[in-house]
Design a protein. Structure first.
Length: 161
C-alpha cells in the first residue's frame, strides 16, 4: 500500500468516526445504554469517574480488534490504518471532550478560538437536557454553524477596538 493510501484510509476512518460517534451518542448512549450515560448529564460521579467512562472501552474495542486483524494480515491490509483512524479520533475525543470541554485536566481553559468556543457552546446546549429523550448537538468535532457564528461574535466583542 502506498503512503497516500495509508494516509487516505486513516483520514477517512477518522472523519467517518464523527458520524459513528454522533449516531452512537444519539441512539445508543441516549437509547438503550442510557443507564451508563445518564450520570454524565447529572450528578452520578463515582470519585473521579462516571459510568459513562465505560464507553471508552466500548469505543476502543473496534480499534484494538482491527489492529490485531491488521497484524495478522500485514501492512498492505487496510485494517491497521482503519484502526489508526479510530485511535486518532479517540485521542481527539479525549482532548476535546474530557480535557477542553469538561476540564478533567486543566488545560486550554481560556481559549479564544472560535472553533473551541463553538464546540464548548454546542456541548453546553447538549448538557442542558437531563433526560434521555431530550437533546441536541450529539456530534463531537462538528457542530452546527450557528455556534460558530455565536463564537465568532463572542470573540469579536471581547477584543477592544
Amino acid at each position: 500500500m502506498t503512503t497516500w493510501g495509508i494516509i487516505g484510509i486513516t483520514a477517512l476512518s477518522f472523519v467517518a468516526m464523527e458520524g459513528v460517534a454522533w449516531a452512537t451518542h444519539r441512539y445508543v448512549m441516549h437509547g438503550f445504554l442510557w443507564v451508563l450515560h445518564k450520570d454524565h448529564h447529572g450528578n452520578g460521579r463515582i470519585g473521579a469517574f462516571e459510568r459513562n467512562d465505560l464507553f471508552f472501552l466500548i469505543f476502543a474495542a473496534p480499534s484494538v480488534l482491527l489492529f490485531a486483524l491488521g497484524h495478522q494480515h500485514g501492512p498492505d491490509a487496510p485494517w491497521t490504518w482503519i484502526a489508526l483512524g479510530i485511535l486518532l479520533y479517540g485521542i481527539a475525543y479525549f482532548l476535546v471532550h474530557e480535557v477542553f470541554i469538561h476540564q478533567r485536566i486543566k488545560w486550554l481553559r481560556n481559549s479564544r478560538s472560535t472553533y473551541f468556543l463553538a464546540l464548548r457552546r454546542a456541548h453546553k446546549v447538549h448538557h442542558k437536557h437531563l433526560e434521555k429523550d431530550q437533546g441536541e448537538c450529539f456530534g463531537m468535532l462538528l457542530v452546527p454553524l450557528k455556534y460558530f457564528r455565536e463564537a465568532r461574535a463572542q470573540v469579536k466583542n471581547s477584543h477592544p477596538h
